[in-house]
Design a protein around this ligand. Sequence first.
Ligand SMILES: *[C@@H]1O[C@H](CO)[C@@H](O)[C@H](O)[C@H]1NC(C)=O
Ligand SMILES: *[C@@H]1O[C@H](CO)[C@@H](O)[C@H](O)[C@H]1NC(C)=O
Ligand SMILES: *[C@@H]1O[C@H](CO)[C@@H](O)[C@H](O)[C@H]1NC(C)=O
Length: 347
Amino acid sequence: MLFLLLLLLTVLFQGGDHMDDFQGPTSFYVIQISSFANSTWTKNQGSGWLDDVQIHGWESDSGTAIFLKPWSKGNFSDQDLEVVLDAFRVYFIGFPRELRNYAREFQMEYPLEFQSRVGCELRHGEGPASFFRTALGGLDLLSIQNYSCTPASEGGWRAKKFCAIILQYQGVLEIIEKLLYSYCPRFLLGVLDAGKSDLQRQEKPVAWLSRGPTPGPDRLLLVCRVSGFYPKPVWVTWLRGEQEQPGSRRGDVLPNADGTWYLRVTLDVAAGEAAGLSCRVKHSSLGGQDIVLYWEHPISVGLICLAITVPSLLLFIGLALWFRRHRIIGQSGLNKIVQEELYFQRI
Ligand SMILES: *[C@@H]1O[C@H](CO)[C@@H](O)[C@H](O)[C@H]1NC(C)=O
Ligand SMILES: *[C@@H]1O[C@H](CO)[C@@H](O)[C@H](O)[C@H]1NC(C)=O
Ligand SMILES: *[C@@H]1O[C@H](CO)[C@@H](O)[C@H](O)[C@H]1NC(C)=O
């Protein structure tokens, strides 16, 4: 009993913990991708994100930010924004130049791709955390935090050397620290507040079933598609009764053009085993009323049979009774006529 109570409390506590004031996104970060095709050609891409929602773009030729939502500036004044954007402009011009200068020393071969993810996030019961992580050619390179640079192990000797160089630029580190620990948390809180109604909206999914390309002889690919939901977290799986089917294959949650999400979950089954399977969708917008779609429900087939046979049977019984009654009446009527005729004949 005590154990159950503890279990219940744990579940309740966890439930409350998730629901708290932390609805919607909890982090803001900038993604930078610099592609070096050869020793002269570079392309820079930049974007700003609240978790999985993009709110900023970057026009790299002119060095200007694109605000994708009416509330993308948060509560920052134009002056505050200029300070940040200036830092980005300097970075986007200076960084490729510096990297090229070190290309030979670092034995880097073109084409190469440099990526970074820089931002901050809110945490439970603690102050906000900031992060600055970079990757080279798809492998972690280094992270910068609190005036220190940590080389990633998969970055090898290059990462250590990069860190050694970065630490020489104290002025740059100071700007990074200011952006990470002062501007970012303030911006995050401001923009979460400004975009609250948009970020915390709930949009219900629509779900439908279809048959995918046949995976093999006597097999079926059942496809459950779910679309139009927001926010992103969603639970979709194939079930037989209440039993989750381990063969369910979940695709990536993909964006729709209108900012909602789309997901496809498939199940490869023997053709004879498809009946009785269902696709269940749980999403915060459904308020506990899961969507359940059946692939040929055996009960529903039974129900259809019942729906056809019961009325037919009733009709048949009804008709039979009707005929029986009329025959009886008919016979007695006939008898009456015969009797009457006999009566008249006697007269
Ligand atoms: C560098 O790459 C760009 C883009 O692929 C290409 O247009 C350009 O001709 C290349 N330049 C050299 C010197 O190879
Ligand atoms: C950064 O390091 C200093 C001292 O090295 C410490 O006092 C401070 O709390 C650290 N700040 C963060 C955000 O880790
Ligand atoms: C924006 O809002 C945040 C959180 O409410 C606050 O800390 C900050 O001072 C506000 N203003 C600016 C300019 O950051």
